[in-house]
Design a protein. Structure first.
Length: 180
């Protein structure tokens, strides 16, 4: 016999539980979403934003030519990144990539480089697992952003504009996506 608070539905709803069921949890769960531990990159974004104007003072050995780890047209074909989106990367974000590179390679930011690498490794793994579900690579990037924005508890949302630059840097720098 069922007591108060118990619910059994068979058929279309397929809910069987003893006690209260949070149906919204199951409705909002998206197994295809590209999720990752956001706190690491959040720390990097905050620190970068604090010091972005001072980065020219850093003695870095980075130049954009050093970021050319693979020919970009070849990388874009491997990852199926559209020419339109690549143009956006070049027009909107490329100017920030040298600063990001210098920031991450500055000796005093060693800890932030570790956090960045942890995030890039997680993302690259998750992207490789779910990549076949997306036709274009920019759809993968879009799904990552959607995952962050839809997470009400995400601290990255406060720095979403900087995160967009960083995620495109990760692609440009071959930290995410196919390299060979």
């Amino acid at each position: 016999m069922l007591s108060k608070g118990q619910k059994i539905e068979n058929g279309n709803g397929n809910i069987q539980a003893q006690g209260n069921v949070n149906v919204n949890f199951f409705r909002d769960y998206k197994p295809n979403a590209i999720r990752f531990y956001e706190n690491d990159i959040c720390e990097v974004l905050k620190k970068f934003e604090e010091h972005a104007d001072d980065i020219d003072e850093y003695e870095g050995d980075a130049s954009l030519s050093e970021l050319e780890l693979i020919e970009k047209p070849e990388k874009n074909i491997l990852n199926n990144l559209s020419e339109d989106y690549f143009t956006i990367i070049c027009d909107e974000y490329l100017t920030y990539f040298r600063k990001i590179d210098q920031f991450l390679k500055a000796p005093q930011n060693k800890e932030y480089m570790k956090l960045y690498r942890k995030t890039a490794t997680q993302l690259n793994f998750r992207i490789s697992v779910l990549r076949k579900r997306y036709e274009y690579f920019e759809e993968v990037l879009h799904e990552i952003l959607n995952s962050i924005i839809s997470n009400e508890k995400s601290k990255v949302v406060e720095n979403i504009d900087v995160f967009i630059i960083f995620i495109n840097y990760m692609y440009w720098n071959c930290d995410i996506g196919k390299r060979k």
